[in-house]
Design a protein around this ligand. Structure first.
Ligand SMILES: C[S@@+](CC[C@H](N)C(=O)[O-])C[C@H]1O[C@@H](n2cnc3c(N)ncnc32)[C@H](O)[C@@H]1O
Length: 315
């Protein structure tokens, strides 16, 4: 199923679309679905500089791990998401699944899980399927090209769901359309985990606002979620037992790799890759993490959180 063949999202309080600062007349609006698709189609392969397994998220560091092993921290994040969800078997949704790294790893490590990965980007779906080809057939996740605010699934279908660094792409500061859709497809009693960067409030200083605007533009986001607006949207949708944990320091050791990865990307491009044009989205993808690092250090208004919420049992 293609994203364009599903019905449009229910109305969400999204912000007015803004033209990106470096956009031309033919470029899609900042954070629109067209922008997101184009961004990942152009820059997707460059994620290999961050993770050989194409983990498109930060790593989770804990005692006993080496901070010098980035890939191990990235893989540990996948495990932590599932651990926080508290599910070992059953049907589970990976909303915004990227190139399938999380689904592949968790399917390989948990034979009882039936994972469905969803991405807006068809090319990622193709790569996710190819990455999982060697898993035993019964453990292979299925991957669906669709919009997570308008899922092609019925109500009450899944035992759990997560969004790992993908909820930020949903429209609006409260991500209401995504919240309502996750609630709709979960079975009563099932939980949803969202792991992402959140605004604690809008930044006050002009330089901070500039950095935030740039990061959002470069990463094809309309806006990061605002933590309190998101929590309110969860309650309004009907979620209960909402728990929020600050993982900002857990991801800090992996974030420290950003400058090295950025340098490696540009050096490689200069040495061997000049033939492949460094267009707007590839450049944005290379520069955004450096600015994202500044955002991550702005603890007064930004944090990295894991949030879990449960759909109540039927009464
Ligand atoms: C930063 S990547 C994270 C990918 C993956 N969760 C991971 O950690 O490796 C964000 C993902 O969200 C997906 N995404 C963004 N907006 C979406 C939407 N409306 N519906 C489905 N997927 C979406 C993108 O296609 C991309 O796969």
């Amino acid at each position: 199923m293609s994203a364009s063949s599903v019905s449009p999202a229910t109305a969400s309080p999204s912000l007015p679309r803004k033209k990106t600062t470096t956009s031309t007349a033919s470029e899609p609006d900042g954070g629109s679905r067209a922008h997101i698709k184009q961004y990942y189609e152009d820059s997707g392969l460059d994620y290999a500089y961050w993770s050989r397994a194409f983990n498109m998220h930060f790593g989770y560091f804990e005692r006993g791990m080496s901070p010098f092993k980035l890939e191990a921290m990235l893989a540990n994040m996948n495990r932590k998401v599932l651990e926080f969800l508290g599910l070992k078997r059953g049907s589970v949704l990976d909303l915004g699944c990227g190139a399938g790294a999380t689904a592949k790893q968790l399917a390989a490590e948990n034979a009882g899980l039936a994972i469905t990965g969803v991405s807006l980007v068809g090319e990622q779906i193709g790569r996710a399927r190819a990455a999982c080809e060697k898993l035993p057939t019964a453990q292979q996740p299925r991957f669906v090209e669709a919009d997570y605010t308008a899922l092609p699934f019925g109500e009450n279908q899944f035992d759990g769901a997560w969004n790992l660094e993908s909820a930020c792409h949903a429209p609006g500061r409260d991500k209401g359309a995504l919240v309502r859709e996750a609630f709709r497809v979960l079975k009563p009693g099932a939980s949803w985990v969202v792991v992402d960067g959140f605004l604690k409030r809008q930044p006050r200083m002009r330089t901070s606002r500039w950095v935030l605007d740039k990061v959002q533009d470069y990463w094809a986001l309309e806006t990061f979620a605002e933590r309190d607006a998101f929590l309110q949207a969860l309650r309004e949708a009907g979620f209960v037992d909402i728990e929020i944990v600050d993982w900002s320091w857990r991801v800090a050791p992996s974030a420290a790799y950003i400058p090295w990865v950025t340098v490696a990307f540009f050096v490689d491009w200069l040495r061997k890759e000049k033939a492949r044009a460094l267009g707007r989205h590839r450049l944005a993808n290379a520069l955004a993490p450096m600015l994202g690092l500044m955002l991550g250090l702005s603890r007064s208004f930004f944090g990295y959180y894991a949030i879990r919420a449960r759909k109540p049992e039927r009464r």
